[in-house]
Design a protein around this ligand. Structure first.
Ligand SMILES: C[S@@+](CC[C@H](N)C(=O)[O-])C[C@H]1O[C@@H](n2cnc3c(N)ncnc32)[C@H](O)[C@@H]1O
Length: 234
């Protein structure tokens, strides 16, 4: 899938995301692909309960650890997909899967805002510390809803901002790549999820606020699902 700029995207608060954020993200995570440093901000994958034969998707799959865990849980009749925009991360994940002989995991080069999967493909969506990077969060959540099967579930760990992130950081590609300056407030976050038509939305984990620049953010984990009813418009 082509990598395009998620720049100048407008969130519910009217905030825009800095030009060049995608380049800064690819540069930062390209360097981290071979490291072992922790890049997570919650326990999302551990809270997913996929059954054998189901299909899972990890958004921003990084080195692929969570995808490989899901692949094991769903077994040979199921499948786990990881998507990421950083080639070095995809390469690392594919190499690990090959080394371990995992045949039911696929790593795709794809942006959060345009997932390279057909409608109603997955039973579970997970993600860890990724969605804060996205320029157009409303579109990301619409994409999540689109690729979920009816009755599908999501568990996502991410970052929200206690108060709107000041423009001096919001427009800084490096600070966005560091997993905090692209964060939106909790209210805006919930609005995007609900507007995408997802239901039963629950916050499962929430840290104390902690400082970043002149602002404060919270790490949290949120779950929800897509309605199983035929009346759904997806
Ligand atoms: C903080 S790391 C988290 C990696 C992994 N989820 C983990 O917990 O170890 C963020 C990952 O999201 C990817 N990413 C950031 N923005 C993205 C976007 N717009 N589309 C796809 N992947 C993205 C980065 O390349 C990176 O691998």
């Amino acid at each position: 899938m082509e990598t395009t700029q998620a720049t100048g995207a407008t969130g519910a608060t009217g905030a825009t995301v800095a030009t060049g954020a995608i380049g800064a993200i690819e540069a930062r995570y390209g360097e981290l692909a071979e490291s072992s440093c922790c890049m997570s901000c919650g326990t999302a994958v551990g809270l997913c309960k996929p059954e054998p034969g189901q299909v899972c998707l990890d958004l921003g799959s990084g080195r692929g650890t969570d995808v490989l865990r899901l692949a094991e849980q769903v077994g040979p009749n199921g499948h786990a997909y990881g998507i990421d925009i950083t080639e070095a991360m995809l390469e690392k994940a594919r190499k690990t899967a090959a080394k371990l002989g995992v045949a039911n995991a696929t790593f795709l080069h794809s942006e959060l805002e345009r997932l390279d999967l057909p409608d109603q493909t997955v039973d579970w969506v997970t993600s860890n510390c990724v969605l804060n990077h996205a320029g157009d969060k409303a579109r990301v959540w619409r994409e999540i809803a689109r690729v979920m099967k009816k009755g599908g579930q999501f568990v996502v760990s991410d970052i929200y901002a206690v108060e709107p992130v000041p423009a001096e950081y919001r427009d800084d590609p490096a600070a966005i790549a560091e997993c905090w300056a692209g964060a939106v407030t909790k209210d805006e976050y919930l609005l995007h999820i609900l507007r995408a038509g997802l239901i039963d939305v629950r916050i499962l984990e929430e840290s104390e606020p902690y400082p970043k620049g002149k602002t404060r953010v919270v790490s949290f984990t949120i779950s929800g699902r897509k309605t199983a009813a035929n009346a759904s418009c997806f």
